[in-house]
Design a protein around this ligand. Structure first.
Ligand SMILES: Cc1cc2nc3c(=O)[nH]c(=O)nc-3n(C[C@H](O)[C@H](O)[C@H](O)COP(=O)(O)OP(=O)(O)OC[C@H]3O[C@@H](n4cnc5c(N)ncnc54)[C@H](O)[C@@H]3O)c2cc1C
Length: 242
């Protein structure tokens, strides 16, 4: 292990143990990590972690040592958090989750970002793919029950969808081709027409879906930037965004 990695481990990263691992669907795993630090962590729905999946593996380049994953659920009393990791990418993160084992040590860093819960609207639209589902689930679970929530969660195979941590399925799932922006826009228009009061949209996942949707809400619907929460999670020309 390099000197830089040793310093990262000692001074920057937190340490946790993989406490549970479960296959949620053909291509999605749930991973629970546990540590004393999680008990004391300041947290808002929308936080994510940078997980050092390649720390200690000298064969990997620096850019392949870390991947970002949203916190799907946190239990500060018991000191654990849950992640939902999709393997569709078949990259280093996907390989890590397929092979990681309960009891192993992992290193991570907390990230806050701007893709956080915002209670200020009356109605919400959640749009994303499997990589974004856990993030949208935790936002939705923590919104007051009085809020209207519409949703469009898409995947090419309907068997890949998974339910929320509490066993509920609050979102509408659509079986769509990966890049089917025309169909997504058609559905979005129907859903927006149902939304009441002050509106807000959360968009995450594939960058090539996020960009035209951002354009649609901003330029055609003239929504302001506070109403559009957007975060590309992956891009075909890049490895491990953010
Ligand atoms: C803030 C943030 C939160 C995130 N939260 C989650 C999360 O909770 N769960 C999760 O699974 N991912 C999440 N991601 C994405 C994650 O960080 C990785 O980018 C993703 O898992 C791919 O990593 P990889 O090493 O397997 O593939 P990489 O080596 O990064 O990529 C290999 C190839 O696969 C493509 N690719 C990447 N992701 C996908 C995908 N989902 N479907 C199809 N092709 C893909 C890439 O564009 C690239 O061409 C998040 C990203 C960000 C920025």
């Amino acid at each position: 292990m390099s000197l830089v990695e040793n310093l990262l481990k000692k001074m920057v990263l937190e340490k946790a143990i993989i406490d549970k691992k479960e296959k949620l669907s053909n291509i999605v795993y749930k991973v629970r990590i546990k540590s004393e630090g999680i008990k004391k962590q300041d947290f808002e729905p929308g936080y994510f972690i940078r997980l050092g999946i390649g720390i200690g593996n000298d064969e990997l380049s620096m850019k392949d040592k870390v991947r970002s994953y949203s916190v799907w659920d946190i239990n500060k009393t018991e000191g654990y958090l849950d992640l939902a990791i999709s393997t569709e990418s078949r990259g280093i993160g996907a390989q890590w989750v397929e092979h990681c084992k309960v009891g192993e040590t992992v290193y991570f860093k907390w990230k806050k970002g701007h893709f956080l819960i915002d209670n200020s609207a009356d109605s919400y639209l959640m749009i994303g793919d499997l990589s974004a589902l856990s993030h949208l689930y935790i936002i939705n679970r923590n919104l007051p029950k009085s809020k209207q929530v519409e949703s469009l969660i898409y995947s090419q195979d309907s068997n890949d969808f998974f339910e929320d941590i509490n066993g509920k399925k609050p979102f509408k799932f659509y079986q769509l081709e990966e890049n089917d922006i025309d169909e997504i826009l058609t559905i979005v228009k129907e859903l927006v027409a149902k939304m009441k009061g002050n509106k807000m949209v959360y968009i995450a996942g594939y960058s090539r879906i996020c960009v035209p949707l951002n354009h649609y809400f901003r330029k055609e619907l003239h929504w302001n930037s506070k109403q559009i929460k957007i975060k590309p999670f992956w891009n075909p020309e890049k490895k491990g965004l953010e």
